[in-house]
Design a protein around this ligand. Structure first.
Ligand code: MN
Length: 264
């Protein structure tokens, strides 16, 4: 779905020479964390060969950082590309970029509070995007950030019938950002979901627990009528639990590093 044409073969030094980036470089620790985020999201089953995670540039808020077009598990620091908010790559140097980069740019433009974005097709969330009457809501304290309802973007409403369901333009990105509104999660009908946060680690946490909540909600629904978190509980639990994101990050990072070592 997100495959693109040939991947460039330039070296890291050639990429730097070709760079159209002006101004300060992104923080190296932030780049390393973005690589880690890619590996964690794969290891935790949020992304497979598809899906992507970005972070807003630490020195240029009108730019973001996202890997070139490749499977997240394989991303290294040399694969990170800088983009403007229209999804224009500034230092791709011929490398293929993700078809759906417009998701990221347009959300950063619409939401100054957002620092990181995860787009995935995490498998248990997709069913909630295609059923008409079952809302996707927080059912457990670890996922209070989901709240009492989740907007669902149907590309057919804005682009008509016959699309490939992908967000492949700035207009579609804008429409998705509008549907997201001030929420944390937006479902994408028959496709996946996009999750945002005010930090990269929190975005990774939320993406993982969006999938966990979907599993829990689906399982609970099979047992009987579900008691969801209330609006007040959603706020209190997310404020409380999300102070503990570092614990998940540190563990998932080590686990993903072991898995990545096994791949190579
Ligand atoms: Mn997608």
């Amino acid at each position: 779905m997100h495959e693109n044409s040939a991947i460039g073969t330039k070296t890291a030094s050639q990429i730097t020479e070709d760079s159209r980036c002006q101004g300060s470089s992104a923080d190296q620790d932030l780049l390393r964390d973005l690589v880690t985020a890619n590996h964690i999201l794969h290891d935790q089953g949020v992304v497979d060969a598809f899906g992507h995670v970005s972070v807003r540039h630490d020195k240029h808020p009108d730019r973001f950082l996202l890997a070139r077009n490749m499977a997240p598990a394989l991303v290294g620091i040399e694969d990170i590309v800088e983009f403007d908010l229209d999804g224009e790559p500034l230092n791709a140097a011929g490398r293929a970029v993700y078809l759906e980069r417009f998701i990221h740019g347009q959300i950063y433009r619409a939401r100054p509070d957002v620092i990181a974005v995860v787009h995935s097709h995490s498998p248990t969330v997709v069913p909630f995007s295609v059923v008409k009457k079952t809302p996707f809501r927080a059912v457990c304290h670890m996922a209070g950030f989901i709240g009492t309802g989740t907007p669902n973007f149907d590309i057919r409403d804005v682009a008509g019938d016959g699309t490939d369901l992908l967000i492949t333009s700035n207009d579609l990105g804008k429409a998705l950002a509008k549907t997201l509104g001030d929420k944390v999660v937006v479902l994408m009908r028959g496709h996946g979901s996009t999750v945002v946060a005010g930090s990269l680690k929190k975005a990774v946490y939320r993406a993982v627990y969006t999938e966990v909540n979907a599993r829990t909600q689906a399982e609970a629904s099979r047992l009987g009528e579900v008691t969801f978190l209330s609006e007040a509980e959603s706020v209190t639990t997310s404020n409380s639990i999300e102070t503990q994101v570092f614990r998940a990050w540190d563990f998932w990072k080590q686990k993903a590093a072991a898995a990545t070592a096994a791949i190579f």
